[in-house]
Each structure stands twice: as C-alpha cells, then as structure tokens.
Design a protein around this ligand. Structure first.
Ligand code: ATP
Ligand code: MG
Length: 456
C-alpha cells in the first residue's frame, strides 16, 4: 500500500514559529492518513470477500470432481511419471478390496502379481506420453480371483504444460468375459444341435428315398437270384449231358461245331460264371437288405438289453473273423449294463463299429483297441456311454463330416458298401441315443455311442 506507507512514514514538517498553522497542517495530514486507512481497509474487505468466493468455488469444484470420480464405475488410477500411484477412485478401492492408504504411494507394478502384467505395466511406463488403449491387465483382489480389466491410459500435464504422469482408466471385463464364454458355449451347442438336426433330417429324407429304391430293387434282385440258382442247376445238368455226349464219337460236322463254338472252354467256364452271377446277385441282395434296414420303421426298441454282453459278443465275432491278432483292452464290460433298445439292431451297430475299427488297424504294427463302457454320470440325461478307440490312422479331416453319409466309404470296391455307419446312425437315433466320431488326441479314431439306460 504505497499510500498508507507514505502517510505513516513521511515526516510531517511543522514550522517552529507558527503553531496554529502547524496544528492545521498536522490535522490535515492525519485526516489524509485516516482516509487512506479507510480506503485500504475497504480494499482488504473486498479482497477477503473475493477470496472467500473463490475458496467456496474451489471447494465446490473439488466436491464436484470427487463426486464424479466416486460415481465412475470404471476404475481410475492417477500415477506420477515413475508410476507411483497418486490417486485412485472409489471403484478401484471396491474392486481391489484394499484401502486408499495402501494403494496411494505404492508402485503401480506392485499392485499386480503376475510377471506378464508387470511387463505390460513396464511397457506402459515406457510408452510415456503417448495414449495407450485397450490393454488388458488383471487386477488382484483381496478376496477372490484377479479381475481382468481393460485399460486406457492418457498422459497428464500440469498447469505449465509439463508432463507430470498419467491417468489410467480401466473397465472390469470379468462379467463380460464370462457372458462371452457362455455365449460362445451356447453358440457351439446351438451349432452342434443344428448340425445334428440337419444330419437327422438328411437321414430321414435319405431313408425315404432309400426305402423306395430298395423296394424297387427287391423284386428284380430276387428273380435274378432265383434264376441264377436255376441256372446253376441247369448248367450242372447240361455239363453232365455234354460230357456224356462227348464220351461217344462225334460226327465230323458235330466235332467241327464243338471246336468252332469252343464248347469245351464254355463247359469249363460255366461253373465260375454261375458262381460269379450268384455272388453278384447275393451281394446285391445284401445291399438291398442293408438299405431296407437303413430305412426300416422300427420294431420294438424298448427291450432291456445288456450292452456289456452285446459288446463282448460283437468283439468275439469280429475278432474271430479277423486274420490278425488285436490287443483288446476293455473297461466296464464285466458286469451287465442295461440299456433300452432292440438287441438285434444294437448288435448290428456294435459289429459295424468293431469291424470298422478292425479294418482301420489292419496295417497298424501293433493293432490295439480300447473299449470303455460307462454307466450314466448325469442322472438328468441317464445315458450309458460306450467308446471304441482304435490305434489306426484315424479319419481324415475331409472324411470326418462324411462318414455317416450312406455309401461313403474309403474301402476298396467289394470290401465296403459305405452303409454301415449310416445305418448305425439311424438305429442309434431311433433309440434316442447319439453316435459320434472324432480323432483321439493320442491317435486313431474314437467312436462314442450314447444310449438311454433302461429304467424299470
Ligand atoms: N475306426 C475307423 N478308423 C478310420 N476310418 C473309419 C473308421 N470307421 C469308419 N471309418 C471311415 O468311415 C467310412 C464309412 O464307414 P461305414 O461303416 O459307413 O462304411 P464301410 O465300413 O466303408 O462299409 P460297410 O460298413 O458298409 O462295410 C469308412 O470307409 C472309413 O473311411
Ligand atoms: Mg463299416
């Protein structure tokens, strides 16, 4: 206050001889001093008021900021340039379950436990003044598993524009991840249900088609077969007759005709021709039978059947017919396991699965088969499960989606019709079960058969 300073410190000059004049001057000086003091006081009061208003505004702004930070559901961490925590919000305290006094002042890297997260924080610090987005770092909690959090980090500057640290805002995504995993699982289940539906529908329409074809083929094949039998008999008789005639001397013309028509070769060829005809007709008959079974509308599929016994019998039959030895290990086949179904049809499924497995391991150096029969584990669906795992070459990725299709076979002509699995699939479906195939992680193919357990 230059005015006041001047008034208080300036020497008052009073002339010695003129007392009245001097008194008047002194009074004027004092009045000036008082006036100045008044002015200064007024200024002080005004400044005080402004200061108080500013202080109130500052407190309000502070409350506002605190309120906003507290209301944030995202977690917020403010750090200095070396990554020491300066401030955290309420969401951060709630998420970590730790008090503010523990968090503020500690190094950001100390908050996490695993090495990978520490490295991520180190690279965040190294990134310095640049914005970093969507970095996932899990935050450990006082209780429970660490929570995955995605972080966005922005640099922080002070009033003079100097870099003073960074602000990290994180969004806990544990719930989101769980929901995503559930969604993924539901999507997967839906996809496989859809695939099964498509497969079931495909099988049903193929069944109708095949039933028609089988019906059409049935008659011609049975008369070819019947005639072939008759032909075989006739050929036998004719051969006998010709042998009888040839034992006598023939006229020159007859002998010439015999040679011209190659009658002797014909007689030799006749049995194999007939056998070929019979075999072809019989094989066609089997195919038609299989086609009929494929499309068969069910007989009784509600009998009580011992799947363990059925499996053992199928193993016995198939291994007896195999020209090589197989190391067979089994689990759960010693005691009866009751399922609900038709013994004949299930037998057919098992024989086909085992025959396929034997075919697959034919060229394996140490052919082995693992059978495992398990009682229902989930009382809700009450399914008995059988797995047949061989150590063959497995099923190629191209073949895997096709193996249940009728006539799909990789076996040489005459060895497989490609109907086994499609018929088995239909049978298992009609039993309310499931038949599926996969390649086993340890190698070889693994077929799983699920069938409803028998309930009294
Ligand atoms: N255990 C297995 N290992 C590898 N491939 C298999 C196995 N089981 C089945 N397959 C594949 O699935 C195809 C179809 O099998 P499916 O039983 O339907 O017909 P098939 O055995 O070829 O002929 P069929 O059973 O009519 O004699 C087989 O040709 C084979 O390629
Ligand atoms: Mg087969």
């Amino acid at each position: 206050m230059p005015g006041l300073h001047h008034a208080l410190n300036a020497p008052v000059m009073l002339p010695d001889d003129t007392t009245v004049v001097g008194q008047g001057l002194a009074e004027a000086a004092w009045i000036e001093v008082i006036q100045r003091m008044d002015e200064v006081y007024g200024e002080l009061v005004a400044s005080q008021e402004t200061l108080e208003t500013k202080h109130r505004e500052l407190v309000e702004a502070h409350h506002f900021t605190e309120g906003v930070l507290a209301a944030m559901s995202d977690v917020l961490v403010v750090c200095d340039t070396v990554g020491k925590v300066r401030q955290v919000n309420r969401a951060m305290l709630q998420l970590t379950g730790r008090p503010e006094s523990e968090l503020v002042g500690c190094e950001l890297a100390e908050m996490v436990h695993d090495q990978q997260a520490r490295q991520q924080i180190a690279s965040l610090l190294a990134a310095g003044r640049s914005d970093v987005q969507d970095v996932e770092i899990a935050l450990p909690r006082q209780q429970g598993e660490p929570v995955p959090v995605t972080w966005n980090v922005s640099p922080l500057y002070d009033g003079e524009g100097r870099y003073s640290g960074f602000v990290a805002v994180g969004r806990p995504i544990g719930e989101l991840k769980r929901a995503y995993a559930q969604l993924q699982a539901a999507h997967q289940a839906l996809k496989s249900a859809q695939a099964q539906l498509v497969q079931a529908e495909k099988m049903a329409s193929l069944g109708r088609l095949v039933a028609g074809v089988a019906h059409e083929l049935n008659n011609p094949i049975s008369f070819v077969l019947g005639n072939a039998h008759a032909m075989e008999r006739y050929a036998g008789k004719l051969t006998r007759y010709l042998h009888a005639i040839h034992s006598h001397d023939l006229s020159a013309a007859d002998q010439a005709l015999r040679i011209e028509l190659k009658i002797d070769r014909l007689i030799t060829d006749l049995p194999s021709l007939c056998a070929g005809l019979m075999e072809g007709a019989e094989r066609s008959g089997h195919i038609v039978d299989a086609l009929k079974r494929f499309s068969a509308v069910e007989e009784n599929t509600r009998q009580r059947v011992d799947l363990a016994d059925l499996t053992q019998r199928a193993v016995h039959w198939v291994s007896r017919a195999a020209p090589f030895r197989v190391d067979i290990s089994s689990q759960g086949l010693d005691a009866p396991v009751w399922v609900c179904g038709s013994a004949n049809q299930l037998q057919q499924v098992l024989v086909n699965l085992l025959q396929n497995a034997f075919d697959a391991i034919e060229k394996t150096p140490a052919p082995a088969l693992q059978l495992s029969l398990a009682l229902p584990t989930d009382p809700a669906d009450n399914m008995v499960g059988l797995t047949v795992h061989d150590n063959g070459p497995g099923i190629s990725d191209e073949a895997l989606p096709l193996i249940f299709d009728p006539f799909f076979t990789t076996k040489p002509v005459g060895k497989g019709t490609g109907l086994g699995l499609s018929i088995s699939y239909g049978i298992v479906e009609r039993h309310g079960g499931q038949l599926s195939a996969e390649n086993h992680p340890a190698g070889g193919a693994c077929f799983s058969l699920l069938l409803p357990a028998f309930k009294d």
